[in-house]
Write a protein that binds this ligand. Structure first.
Ligand code: HEM
Ligand SMILES: *[C@@H]1O[C@H](CO)[C@@H](O)[C@H](O)[C@H]1NC(C)=O
Length: 492
């Protein structure tokens, strides 16, 4: 072959390669957007929790521009900073930001096609169908089941302190929320309170605690089309089989025996049968996927919230006493009955939970993806379709200009007057806008019940095995304490 031709071809190829790499590496610089250079190899941030890592970037760039540029797997990424921009992303310009860009594969991994992952019209239709499942009326219907699980939890604690004075609470709290969601989403008494190895609890542990396959996750995140072509699945096959079977058995049993229990499953079954034409209908796989997401989105978030609340109450005894006083005062007004109405009157318990969710948002980052080119208000930047956007909730919640002295735990930040002083998008542990957590009421309700029952009967303090302060485990996306939560527990 002609040598000059070969050299010329190679040269051209190299030049093209160089041009492409430069375009990737200089993506944000070319657009005059504040950013840190793309990093190759091991970054000093490895081992930091994602929430903390984004906090560093947020603090570095805040005030310069409404957002900062970042890179992930050689792709540009937007870190939203300005609260007015958050408002646009969450609400005002939702039409550009309705998707999260998380991976799902409906064909090979049917459980992954759930409300959290779905996109576009599919999401919208499903959200419209499911929203009526979570109204306060429905919460009231499920309240007795929740209280029952709460009492089992409280009884279990009574037995436990009879033999031990110091123990680990994170797992106990996860067992409590597993029982609540098990009964409300599946109508199944999971019994994980009494049996730590109950199947539901085991499956929940596996979902959150088993190490993830990083290569697979990167392909799913970075190249979803390829991942679907390769038929990759994000949900462990055994886990998937377990849930599909549970849902199938539950539905079969209820349909055959005409059982109604006023829970999520009833409402889902009604949609499968198309009982209410206004709600439309769902297929079996669609029902199974939603029951699955209620389970995984529902138990760990709420149990870590309670875990952090108890931790803070153990190191802030004055706040703990005030919380207990609130429970006692309200119960007295209600003849000692922990009714739905009583729980709703415990405003200081709510303030404790809101402050907990500020300091420890279980979901420390919100995800969106730009679905059509978007001109960022008050800038000359246009974000092209496909760009990922991160909202660093943890960083905003710890910004001293928004929450002064952010490491101080202070439920008085959530009096109505204090809330009115702040930007409405300063506190978003459940996200915001049309994609806000659909289970917010449910999550708050089980946390209120758990906390009220615990404070009523027990006093929590640091013991010999307690760690102060606690670290975030980098192994889990959900903010959770590396060391678990060891506390000394006494009867009130
Ligand atoms: C303290 C408890 C909880 C916290 C902190 C929490 C947090 C969140 C957050 C941050 C999102 C994303 C919001 C956004 O992107 O704007 C979300 C979505 C979601 N959550 Fe929760 N959650 C909690 C409890 C629950 C419970 C109990 C359930 C179900 C029973 C649930 C089901 C869901 C679902 C299905 C979505 C997806 C909604 C959609 O995309 O339309 N969550 N949650
Ligand atoms: C754009 O600037 C105007 C005027 O300063 C301001 O009122 C508005 O909130 C800004 N919008 C965004 C999204 O930052």
């Amino acid at each position: 072959m002609d040598l000059t031709l070969l050299v010329a071809a190679l040269g051209l190829l190299l030049a093209y390669g160089y041009y492409r790499v430069k375009k990737v590496v200089n993506f944000w610089a070319d657009r005059n957007v504040p950013h840190n250079p793309i990093s190759f190899g091991k970054s000093p941030e490895q081992g930091l929790h994602m929430g903390k890592m984004l906090q560093k970037h947020y603090n570095q760039f805040k005030g310069q521009y409404p957002f900062a540029g970042m890179y992930f797997l050689f792709k540009p990424l937007v870190l939203a900073i300005d609260l007015e921009l958050l408002k646009c992303i969450f609400v005002k310009d939702f039409q550009y930001f309705h998707d999260r860009g998380t991976f799902y594969n409906e064909r090979d991994d049917p459980l992954s096609a759930h409300l959290f992952n779905l996109e576009g019209n599919k999401w919208k239709n499903l959200r419209t169908k499911l929203s009526p499942t979570f109204t306060s009326g429905k919460m009231k219907m499920m309240y007795p089941a929740m209280i029952k699980a709460g009492r089992q939890f409280s009884d279990y604690m009574e037995d436990k302190i009879a033999v031990e004075s110091e123990f680990e609470l994170k797992d106990l709290l996860a067992r409590f929320t597993t029982d609540v969601i098990g009964i409300c989403a599946f109508g199944i008494e999971c019994n994980s309170m009494k049996d730590p190895n109950a199947q539901f609890r085991q499956m929940g542990r596996r979902h959150f605690e088993e190490p993830r396959n990083r290569l697979r996750d990167s392909v799913c995140m970075g190249a979803p089309k390829l991942a679907r072509f390769l038929r990759l699945k994000m949900i462990n096959a055994e886990l998937s089989e377990f849930f599909i079977n549970v849902v199938r058995e539950t539905i079969d049993f209820r349909v055959k025996n005409n059982v109604r229990r006023n829970d999520f499953m009833d409402l889902l079954i009604a949609m499968m049968k198309g009982d209410n034409p206004e709600l439309g209908s769902l297929t079996f796989n669609e029902i199974a996927a939603q029951a699955f997401v209620f389970f995984v989105a529902g138990f760990e978030t709420s149990s870590t919230t309670m875990t952090w609340a108890l931790y803070e109450l153990s190191v802030n005894q004055d706040i703990q006493s005030k919380g207990r006083q609130c429970v006692e005062d309200v119960l007295e007004k209600h003849n000692g009955d922990l009714t739905y109405e009583a729980i709703m009157e415990m405003t200081y318990i709510d303030q404790i939970l809101q402050e907990t969710l500020r300091k420890y948002p279980p979901v420390p980052v919100h995800f969106r993806v730009v679905t059509k080119d978007y001109r960022v208000p008050n800038t000359s930047t246009t974000l092209s379709a496909g760009t990922r956007v991160l909202i660093p909730v943890y960083a905003v919640h710890h910004d001293p200009e928004i929450f002064p002295d952010p490491e101080r735990f202070d439920p008085d930040r959530f009096t109505p007057e204090a809330i009115a002083q702040r930007h409405p998008y300063a506190w978003t542990p459940f996200g915001e806008g049309p994609r806000i957590c659909v289970g917010m009421r449910f999550g708050l309700m089980q946390a209120r019940i758990g906390l009220a029952l615990l404070l009523k009967s027990f006093r929590f303090s640091s013991g010999q095995k307690s760690t102060v302060p606690l670290d975030f485990t980098p192994k889990s996306f959900i903010l959770s304490p590396e060391q678990g939560l060891w506390l000394k527990v006494d009867k009130v």
